[in-house]
Design a protein around this ligand. Structure first.
Ligand code: HEM
Length: 488
């Protein structure tokens, strides 16, 4: 009997594909019945823990080497700072990002800095270093950030404080804020996401979706599943393709606008620096997207975690206010650096809520970590910043307390080695936007705490995180704000 109906044909084709992909998946997957792998595969870890990162933290705390191996994922996870230093510095060349990740994130990030190794990475890093390391970057960053605060953030939060009982989602506000800032700072383009009308931005929606669905690809135990869906352009892969198309269109427009300005503009920014070196529009687009990702979600995530902590620690809020009230108004980048307590608060917030909770590399050649763990060639190796922030061996018995004082020596901010605190990564690929991020975070904290009282609308014991490339609170951060008397 010949099947002629194209829909019936398609149905059988899909059935066949799913059968074979399941077969290949089952035969290629590492089988392991150890307690940890069993809990992972059956998701029984979720009976006791709200988030996967909390379960990993628990396992790492218990491990004598502070390193564990999830065999079914062929993933070694460490919170041992000597092993972190080993993979990020001592044997850096043996632990690149690797092909498996560049394939997973390739459709979204292309050849952008986050997704490449070797010469392409070195070139982009050098260019970005030149731009972000400039002395004038500091005043430019300060200006862009404080302009956005004065003209958008404060009026918006103020309008909510007048509405009294209406909740405001601070996470959403911070994402809009940091998106406007990174676009203005890096590309000279203003997407106006934090306008008082809180416009629904197709771009921001597509950007979030692309980031979330790309991250979900990595959670499939076998890449065959998403690759098959991508080939057939169905389900989550179709949505991913559509969202990437939208993000690409926007990035293309930003480049076009910059092109039009051409020599008329004497303003130097990150994009114009890259544009002077290449005419490859696809490559430029990848660069724009990587920087949007770098600067937007990370800062918003750090601020969300910090304001959640501040809402639970009024004493810390009072001490920040005491410190900032000593200064009339913020006028420069250097002035902001003098707030040692505030700097300690910001670092302490990211210790407990790092925006990038973990980061993975792939091992090129067989190796052994300083903690004795054997690492087989091809294994995925992850350092877990979230767990590291909760290690007694690093931070002492009060490691789960929010205690900014731990960063101060005689009132002066003192930084731990970045290998114990790899929130901005460490070693050769350390974050290039750290200074910029600190300016943003400190400026926002000062401006909001000076003027408003902020309370959680519905207090929750522990936040739940949604899947994505950066930590996101499920349900946002709903708060009630009121103006502080005499501070408007
Ligand atoms: C609180 C905010 C931030 C945090 C916690 C953070 C953290 C990180 C981390 C963990 C990495 C390593 C990522 C990886 O290799 O996969 C990284 C890389 C990077 N970050 Fe940030 N970041 C923040 C803000 C920013 C900002 C605002 C910018 C840009 C202005 C930026 C630019 C970069 C760049 C260019 C890299 C790539 C470095 C390389 O691969 O050599 N970051 N950041």
């Amino acid at each position: 009997m010949a099947i002629e109906d194209p829909f019936v044909l398609l149905f059988f084709l899909l059935l066949l594909i799913s059968f074979f992909s399941t077969l290949i998946y089952c035969t290629s997957r590492v089988h392991c019945s150890c307690e940890i792998c069993h809990a992972y595969v059956t998701s029984t870890w979720s009976i006791q823990f709200d988030n996967l990162c909390d379960w990993y933290t628990h396992l790492l705390q218990k491990s004598p080497t502070k390193t564990i191996h999830i065999h079914v994922l062929d993933n070694i996870i460490t919170s041992n700072h000597e092993s972190v230093e080993y993979m990020l510095k001592t044997r850096f060349e043996n632990y690149p990002k690797g092909k498996p990740f560049s394939v997973i994130l390739g459709d979204f990030l292309g050849r952008g800095i986050f997704n490449v190794d070797g010469d392409s990475w070195r070139f982009q890093r050098k260019m970005a270093c030149l731009e972000l390391g400039k002395l004038s970057m500091r005043s430019h960053a300060f200006e862009v950030v404080n302009n956005e605060i004065d003209h958008r953030l404060i009026p918006l939060v103020s309008s909510f404080s007048e509405k009294q009982r209406e909740d405001l989602d601070l996470q959403d506000v911070f994402r809009r804020f940091s998106f406007d800032v990174i676009c203005k700072f890096s590309f000279g383009f203003d997407p106006k996401c934090l306008d008082e009308s809180l416009p629904v931005s197709d771009l921001a929606v597509s950007f979030d979706l692309a980031s979330k669905l790309s991250a979900q690809r990595a959670m499939n135990p076998s890449p065959l599943v998403w690759k098959m869906k991508r080939m057939l352009n169905i389900g989550s892969e179709k949505r991913l393709k559509d969202s990437i198309k939208m993000v690409n269109m926007f990035a293309g427009e930003v480049i076009q606008q910059r092109n039009k300005l051409g020599s008329c503009s004497n303003h130097e920014d990150l994009l114009s620096r890259f544009m002077a070196t290449t005419k490859d529009s696809k490559y430029l687009r990848d660069i724009v997207i990587s920087f949007m990702l770098a600067g937007r979600d990370t800062v918003a995530s750090a601020l969300t975690g910090l304001f959640w902590l501040l809402a639970h620690h009024p004493r810390v809020v009072a001490t920040i206010r005491e410190e900032v009230d000593k200064v009339e108004a913020l006028t420069s980048f250097d002035q902001i650096r003098e707030h040692h307590y505030l700097q300690a608060v910001v670092f302490e917030g990211m210790r407990l809520f790092p925006p990038i909770q973990f980061n993975s590399k792939f091992c090129l050649q067989n190796d052994t970590f300083p903690d004795g763990t054997f690492v087989k060639k091809g294994t995925r190796v992850t350092y877990h910043s979230y767990a590291m922030g909760r290690m007694e061996t690093i931070w002492g018995p009060d490691c789960s307390d929010f205690k900014p004082e731990r960063w101060l020596k005689d009132g002066v901010f003192f930084q731990e080695t970045p290998f114990k605190y790899p929130v901005f990564q460490a070693g050769y690929r350390m974050c290039l936007g750290k200074e910029m991020a600190l300016v943003e975070m400190k400026s926002v904290v000062i401006s909001l705490l000076r003027r408003f009282n902020i309370q959680l609308a519905t207090p929750v014991q522990t936040p739940r995180f949604s899947p994505g490339l950066t930590a996101t609170f499920t349900g946002g951060l709903q708060v009630r704000v009121s103006e502080r008397r005499g501070k408007t």
